[in-house]
Design a protein around this ligand. Structure first.
Ligand SMILES: NC(=O)C1=CN([C@@H]2O[C@H](COP(=O)(O)OP(=O)(O)OC[C@H]3O[C@@H](n4cnc5c(N)ncnc54)[C@H](O)[C@@H]3O)[C@@H](O)[C@H]2O)C=CC1
Ligand SMILES: NCC(=O)COP(=O)(O)O
Length: 334
């Protein structure tokens, strides 16, 4: 029996439940199961004017693809009723329960991978639960020392040296050790999951003009370039720290397999300007497969039918490629 991909439906007041229902309408040729409260899905389907028949699923059940208009659901109970677009911290444990169940099923060999619809990080924090993102949450749950966030759209992959941090904390988080770990994971996963035998990675500097020879910051000289030189000596194809403002030009990207940005808003605006709606967020370095959307909860779109399901579809397809043998690079993210 083919193991399923588990799709966590995310923040219940956001567009995650809508997107699950929209994908069910397409009858995808994939074995996938949504984690959600079935009553929430029924309510949202009524609001959207969709007819979707729900089939309860539990670990070990058949998950073969269904025709359009049918959806397998692994039920998770909401803690409070939901109004589309209205956050309620009472449901934060529900959001985390979906993530825990899906990740544990992957770790236990009961699922092939997990795909995550967006969560609202702030409401989880408002519930008193420390949470900065799926990436960090899954790192901890899977008990691995380091993971890497990478977003991919057609023609561009951007990985991040640091993830969800205040800008003020970024320079201190970029140490030789963390940078080495990030680059090794990125290099390894580009080879193993994206079928790139000898990846070429362009690396952004941290400071304007990559530090301007030390006149605009020292991190390139003291941390980034020494690590890049060390890893190049091991055979990795890495640039020096490059000025980020011109790194992303087409000419530079032409022979690059991935860009490593030093922080979230150095790399992701470029990626999203190019591929928002069809990009995938993939966590590298985990012992399980995890992909996700390129967008957030879009609260104002929940229940309206205006949300675009393209990124979630791409995330499912990438996870399927990684799980069932086709290399991820054969999907749209090549
Ligand atoms: N993977 C995840 O769980 C992610 C969660 N978030 C969280 O989402 C929340 C809201 O974040 P924002 O910065 O406002 O980003 P957002 O992506 O929710 O919204 C940004 C803009 O894009 C639009 N948009 C987003 N998704 C869309 C879709 N599928 N179709 C059409 N339009 C779409 C929204 O309407 C809005 O105009 C935050 O709590 C953030 O942490 C953000 C990114 C990823
Ligand atoms: N900007 C990407 C993002 O916020 C998603 O993070 P994560 O929840 O996948 O860690």
């Amino acid at each position: 029996m083919v193991l399923p991909l588990l799709l966590t439906s995310g923040e219940p007041a956001g567009i995650g439940p809508d997107l699950c229902l929209m994908l069910a309408g397409q009858g995808l040729p994939l074995p996938w199961v949504a984690l959600a409260d079935p009553e929430l899905l029924r309510q949202r389907a009524r609001q959207l004017g969709l007819t979707v028949a729900l089939h309860h699923w539990a670990s070990g059940d058949d998950a073969s693809p269904l025709p359009p208009g049918q959806l397998r659901v692994w039920p998770v109970a909401l803690r409070a009723p939901v109004t589309a677009g209205k956050l309620d911290k009472t449901n934060s444990p529900y959001v985390l329960e979906m993530l825990e169940r899906a990740a544990q099923a992957c770790l236990d060999g009961e699922a092939a991978g997990m795909v995550t619809a967006p969560v609202q990080k702030s409401i989880i924090n408002d519930a008193g639960i420390p949470f900065s993102g799926h990436t960090e949450f899954l790192q901890e749950l899977c008990e691995v020392p380091k993971v890497v966030m990478m977003l991919a759209c057609p023609g561009l992959r951007v990985a991040l040296a640091t993830t969800h941090l205040p800008l003020r904390a970024v320079p201190d988080a970029i140490t030789p050790e963390t940078l080495r770990q990030v680059i090794r994971i990125l290099h390894h996963d580009l080879r193993e999951n994206f079928a790139i035998p000898d990846p070429r990675i362009l690396v952004c500097g941290l400071n304007p003009h990559a530090g301007e020879g030390g006149h605009l910051g020292h991190e390139e000289i003291t941390v980034i370039n020494p690590v890049l030189a060390e890893l190049r000596a091991e055979g990795l194809r890495l640039s020096d720290a490059l000025p980020a403002d011109t790194l992303f030009t087409e000419k530079n990207l032409a022979d690059a397999d991935a860009v490593l940005a030093m922080f979230h808003d150095q790399g992701l605006p470029v990626l999203k300007a190019r591929g928002f709606g069809e990009a995938v967020n993939v966590t590298l370095g985990l012992p399980i497969i995890r992909t996700s959307v390129d967008h957030g909860t879009a609260l104002s779109l929940a229940g309206t039918g205006l949300a675009d399901s393209g990124s979630l579809l791409a995330a499912l397809q990438m996870a399927a490629g990684m799980a069932y043998g086709r290399q991820a690079s054969t999907s749209a993210q090549s």
